[in-house]
Design a protein around this ligand. Structure first.
Ligand code: BG6
Length: 471
């Protein structure tokens, strides 16, 4: 018999909270990211980004959830949500990352947030590191390239597990952890050195985070015996551009190297069989110890959580075809799919394919912790008639329910996002994802008032009907 699904919404601390320096919070890597065009320009030039002063930093105010969390969680309760995926800002708890003592004010803030959720019957699903690391860990250690981060992260995990063990049942270690092979600074808090083998660096960061994740799994099971802890990846099934055998081969390799490789480490607890050849072809040699390999195999993830926004298409290098944008990874344009304004290809059936494939390969419960559509929207008469979003979400949920019928074990589904928030890739508010509109623009101007969109009422009705049928 299939389990009762959790339905929720998702967010990340640096994209909603604001209050970047209040009550003892330290600066994080997310707090030095500029907005709009500057973000895409500097994202792969971290050294320059660190040295440049920008006029505006989106995370500093974000959508001021820090002062609106009760109002927002009340809206989530009105929706009938049974879970809420959010993240803890590590630098609210340990302002410098390696502080001896935790910041009590930061701990209290999340106590209040979790209590508010539980009061409304909403299960918190908590990411420990969602694209942010205390900035001091960059300056002092160069981030996740230094293995000392593993025990520093372990201490942070221990602190929050002990503090929230009676409040949180679902933990997630690193957001979209497979992105670290490419986004060394954004996901790995590391500034590459001149002339460094970037592919080697990426896989070393992934290794170090995998070990840290296993350590977190171990600590979580010791401290919170009733909790489950999972890994999180960005996953898009990669289709061959054509039935040409080389397109099939290339698309398989693309998906394996960028997405499944990480899952083998985190879920199977070992390096995939193809890693030897991959590393030798890329001239990669990693620093891996026997103890680390033992930790990986002894403490794998309890579940896989993933973001699903699109499928990708890929093939031979010589194919001349239009390229598409994507969430971290991009591919070739699939002529059968429409795209969003940001060029992300819309593919609801891809979600059913993704769920079936991941379950077939890993046989652990799956949690869709992000799915949604970013759109330019205007407030009209205090609302937004976002029928396109309703259509997008309805179709994706239908495909998820088909996968459940197929026999896939799904824990739940979270819409990205409950309220509008700062876009991760562009740093803009203009790319709106929420069921609730927030009156704030790309430069942080606005009243910060909240307005329900049509999709809010649609999701509320959907959830009510779903649980009625389940009774
Ligand atoms: C995922 C991230 O990549 O996609 C989120 O986990 C992000 O942080 C979401 O916001 C949507 O991407 P974007 O770039 O449109 O905000």
């Amino acid at each position: 018999m299939s389990r009762r699904l959790l339905f929720g919404v998702a967010s990340a601390a640096n994209q909603i909270e604001g209050a970047y320096n209040l009550n003892g919070k330290g600066l994080s890597t997310a707090d030095i990211l500029p907005g709009a065009k500057d973000r895409s320009h500097y994202i792969f030039k971290p050294q320059e980004m660190v040295e440049t002063r920008f006029d505006y930093y989106p995370s500093h105010k974000a959508v001021d959830y820090y002062h609106h969390f009760q109002e927002d969680i009340k809206l989530f309760s009105e929706l009938g949500l049974t879970c809420y995926r959010m993240s803890i800002a590590w630098s609210r708890i340990f302002p410098n990352g390696d502080d001896e003592k935790a910041n009590e004010e930061g701990l209290k803030f999340y106590d209040r947030v979790f209590d508010e959720c539980l009061k409304h019957g909403i299960e918190p699903v908590v990411t420990l590191s969602h694209f942010e690391v205390p900035l001091n860990l960059v300056t002092k250690y160069n981030g996740w390239s230094d293995k000392r981060l593993i025990s520093i992260f372990g201490k942070y995990c221990k602190t929050v597990f002990n503090r929230y063990k009676d409040k949180v049942k679902y933990w997630i270690t690193f957001n979209e952890v497979n992105s670290v092979t490419k986004l060394h600074f954004h996901s790995g808090a590391t500034i590459p050195k001149a002339g460094e083998n970037l592919e080697q660096l990426g896989y070393q960061l992934l290794h170090n985070q995998a070990v840290a994740s296993s350590l977190a799994n171990k600590l979580c099971h010791e401290i919170c015996p009733y909790a489950k802890i999972g890994c999180m990846v960005q996953y898009s099934p990669v289709y061959p551009y054509s039935s040409h055998p080389e397109d099939v081969l290339e698309s398989n390799h693309f998906e394996r190297d960028r997405e499944l490789f990480a899952l083998d480490l985190f879920v199977k607890g070992r390096y995939p069989f193809y890693s030897k050849r991959l590393f030798s072809e890329k001239n990669i040699s990693l620093d891996i110890t026997t103890e680390e390999l033992e930790l990986l195999s002894s403490y794998p993830s309890d579940f896989i959580s993933f973001s699903y926004y699109m499928s990708l298409s890929y093939g031979r290098k010589e194919i001349v075809a239009e390229k598409t944008n994507g969430n971290i990874f991009s591919g070739l344009k699939n002529p059968h799919l429409k795209s969003t304004e940001w060029g992300w290809q819309i593919d609801p059936i891809g979600l059913r394919i993704a769920l079936n494939k991941l379950y077939e390969l890993y046989e652990v419960p799956l949690f869709i912790v992000e799915n949604g559509i970013g759109v330019k929207e205007q407030l009209e008469n205090n609302t937004v008639h976002d029928l396109y979003r309703i259509d997008f979400l309805q179709q994706h949920i239908n495909q998820m329910l088909e996968a459940v019928e197929d026999g896939v074990d799904v824990i739940g589904y979270c819409i990205w996002s409950g309220t509008d928030l700062i876009s991760n890739s562009t740093g803009e508010m203009t790319k709106r994802y929420g069921l609730v509109y927030i009156d704030v623009d790309d430069l942080g101007h606005g009243s910060f008032s909240r307005y329900k969109k049509d999709s809010f009422y649609w999701y509320k009705n959907f959830i009510t009907d779903y649980y009625k049928k389940e009774l």
